[in-house]
Design a protein around this ligand. Structure first.
Ligand SMILES: C[S@@+](CC[C@H](N)C(=O)[O-])C[C@H]1O[C@@H](n2cnc3c(N)ncnc32)[C@H](O)[C@@H]1O
Length: 244
C-alpha cells in the first residue's frame, strides 16, 4: 500500500480532511496510508523551537533545518527512502503529469512549510523537489500537501468508484486538454436545454461531440495548454488548433 508522510506543524488542520470522503474511505479500505508527522516533536530545546530570525534581517521567521532533517531521517530509517516534495510558492507547478508519476512511488514525503518557509539548505541536503500548487501565497503548506495527496490517491486502483472517470478528467494522460462539459437532469433548466446530441444514444457521435467540446473549451479557457509539451503517454492528444 502506498505511503504518504506529511511533515507539518499543524497535523490537526490536515487530519479531518484525510478522514473525510474518498480519502477517508481509501484509508479505511487499506488502499493508501497517510501519516502526519509534527516536526516540532523533533526539536531538542525546552521551548520546542522550530523557527528563527532570518540571517540578513527582514520580516518573518524561517523554519530551522534541524527538526525537519531529523523528522525526515526518522521516517526514512523506519520505512525506507521516500520521494520528497517540499511545498513552496516558488516551486515548479504541480501538474497532473506529476500526480501520474507519483502514483508509481511506494513512499512520498511532503513538507508543509510555514512563516517565510524553510531554510534553503534543507532542499539540497535532503533531496527535496520544490513544488507549487499555483501562483499565489498561502500561509502554510498544509492545503498544498493535501492537494498532492488527493491528486495522487484518486489515481490508485480501487479508490474511485468508477476508474474510468479519472481517465477522462482534465489534463489526464498528458493530453493537455480540459474535460468536456457535463449535463444531467432536468433536460430543460431555466430555459436552457441539454445539447440534443447527448440524448441521441449515438455513442460514437457523442464521443466526437465531447472531444470537439473539450478542444473548444481548452482553446477558450486555457490556450496555454496547447503550447505545452505532451507527455509520451499522450497518444490520443489532439493536434493544436489552428491559430486565428
Ligand atoms: C507564507 S508561505 C511562504 C512564502 C514565501 N516567503 C514566498 O514568498 O515564496 C509559507 C508556506 O506556505 C506554503 N505555501 C504557500 N503558498 C504555496 C503555494 N502556492 N504552493 C505550495 N506551497 C505554498 C509553503 O510550504 C510555504 O513554506
Amino acid at each position: 500500500m502506498p505511503l504518504f508522510a506529511i511533515l507539518t506543524l499543524f497535523p490537526e488542520a490536515i487530519e479531518p480532511y484525510l478522514a473525510a470522503s474518498i480519502l477517508g474511505l481509501a484509508r479505511e479500505r487499506g488502499l493508501v496510508r497517510v501519516l502526519t508527522v509534527d516536526f516540532r516533536d523533533f526539536t531538542r530545546d525546552r521551548h520546542r523551537t522550530v523557527d528563527d530570525r532570518p540571517f540578513g534581517g527582514g520580516p518573518g521567521m524561517v523554519l530551522r533545518p534541524e527538526p525537519i532533517a531529523e523528522a525526515v531521517e526518522w521516517l526514512e530509517a523506519k520505512h525506507g527512502s521516500f520521494r520528497k516534495l517540499a511545498m513552496c510558492p516558488g516551486g515548479s507547478p504541480f501538474r497532473q503529469a506529476l500526480a501520474e508519476e507519483l502514483v508509481a512511488h511506494e513512499r512520498v514525503l511532503i513538507l508543509a512549510g510555514r512563516y517565510e518557509g524553510f531554510d534553503e539548505r534543507v532542499r539540497e541536503a535532503l533531496g527535496f523537489e520544490v513544488v507549487s500548487v499555483g501562483d499565489f501565497v498561502l500561509s502554510g503548506g498544509e492545503l498544498p500537501a493535501l492537494c498532492v495527496v488527493e491528486a495522487v490517491a484518486r489515481l490508485l486502483p480501487g479508490v474511485l468508484g468508477d476508474e474510468e472517470s479519472a481517465l477522462r478528467d482534465s489534463f489526464t494522460g498528458g493530453a493537455n486538454l480540459l474535460d468536456h462539459p457535463h449535463y444531467t437532469r432536468p433536460r430543460v433548466w431555466r430555459g436552457k436545454e441539454v445539447p440534443e446530441i447527448l440524448l441521441s444514444g449515438d455513442h460514437a457521435a457523442i464521443d466526437r461531440w465531447r472531444r470537439a467540446a473539450a478542444i473548444a473549451r481548452t482553446r477558450a479557457l486555457r490556450p496555454d495548454l496547447f503550447g505545452r509539451a505532451a507527455s509520451p503517454s499522450a497518444a490520443s492528444a489532439p493536434p493544436p488548433p489552428p491559430a486565428h
